[in-house]
Ligand binder design. Structure first.
Ligand code: SF4
Ligand code: SF4
Length: 120
């Protein structure tokens, strides 16, 4: 299984890390660009270049749900940038796909079929 995060769309809500039963995700500091981009197999147009998607920012910047959005650092509950550092462990339970605020997670199985997050 391959798992990656579309970085410009990640709010840093940390829901993916909180729900994943096998520890696929790690939240990294947003200033650590090289570490973020080296941490999962996101395609070039989904890598982190330091600028969030304006539509995602507009949707989430003022939402007060107990999770920080677009913070540089992670405080243990939220903030930072999610990176799928352990995608090979994914069991395709789909929990992260349902919980991802930024609708920015892709999972590709061994047949090449891709599954993408949709936030309800
Ligand atoms: S689908 Fe995979 S990455 Fe997502 S929560 Fe389940 S095991 Fe973790
Ligand atoms: S759930 Fe989605 S938006 Fe939230 S931190 Fe994880 S990848 Fe980013």
């Amino acid at each position: 299984m391959e798992v990656w995060v579309n970085k410009p769309k990640c709010t840093g809500c940390q829901h993916c890390k909180d729900v994943c039963p096998v520890g696929v995700f790690e939240l990294m500091n947003r200033n650590d660009k090289d570490k973020i981009n080296g941490g999962d197999p996101a395609p070039e147009n989904e890598k982190w270049e330091g600028k969030s998607d304006p539509a995602v920012v507009e949707k989430w910047k003022d939402v007060d749900d107990g999770h920080r959005h677009f913070a540089d650092d992670n405080d243990g509950t939220s903030g930072g940038m999610s990176v799928a550092v352990n995608g090979e462990a994914c069991i395709l339970c789909q929990a992260c796909l349902i919980e991802c605020e930024g609708e920015c997670i892709t999972i590709k199985d061994d047949t090449g079929t891709e599954y993408k997050s949709i936030y309800a």
